[in-house]
Design a protein around this ligand. Structure first.
Ligand SMILES: CC(C)(COP(=O)(O)OP(=O)(O)OC[C@H]1O[C@@H](n2cnc3c(N)ncnc32)[C@H](O)[C@@H]1OP(=O)(O)O)[C@@H](O)C(=O)NCCC(=O)NCCS
Length: 136
């Protein structure tokens, strides 16, 4: 049974294992917890049977005009079960009323975001790969 939470209350770093699949230098579960705590909004998908977080999305925002969604991930064994869509729909509801909700999609996820009503635009990015695991 998957439950959805909008805070990290009661969630330990140990329950955040397994994310950032394919990242050469991923944030630790403790840093992941810090990312979530510093975000304007989060939604977590929590498997009650395993007592593990199995998906998450976060947003940073000025809470007036704009929000940016940096991270969305569902653990591989939980993908294609509707969890990613539920996370995004809940996040978009939290961000309702803002003018701009932006994200950078990887090419494989374009169809997923299109199905949520998002449109493809041109973005720019600068990545410091030596800081991929997070700032101290
Ligand atoms: C992208 C991601 C979050 C999707 O989560 P998910 O739980 O598997 O997606 P859902 O099961 O909710 O799928 C919702 C819809 O999108 C479709 N979809 C999901 N992933 C897709 C993909 N890679 N390509 C095309 N369609 C996809 C589903 O078929 C479903 O379509 P339907 O409404 O017609 O049934 C997940 O694949 C993931 O975590 N990927 C790795 C990290 C990543 O790429 N994150 C996004 C960074 S921009």
């Amino acid at each position: 049974m998957i439950k959805y939470f909008e805070s990290t209350a009661g969630i330990t770093a140990d329950q955040l294992q397994g994310f950032f699949v394919g990242w050469p230098n991923p944030p630790s579960p403790e840093t992941h917890r810090r990312i979530l705590d510093n975000s304007a909004h989060i939604v977590l998908a929590f498997d009650e049977d395993r007592e593990q977080v199995v998906g998450f999305v976060n947003a940073i925002s000025d809470n007036v005009l704009s929000a940016y969604i940096p991270l969305l991930e569902v653990l591989p064994e939980y993908q294609r079960q509707g969890i990613g869509r539920e996370l995004m729909q809940r996040m978009l509801a939290l961000l309702d009323g803002l003018y701009m909700i932006d994200l950078i999609s990887n090419p494989a996820a374009l169809d997923f975001y299109t199905k949520l009503g998002m449109t493809k635009e041109v973005g720019m990015s600068l990545k410091n790969f030596d800081r991929q695991s997070g700032r101290e």
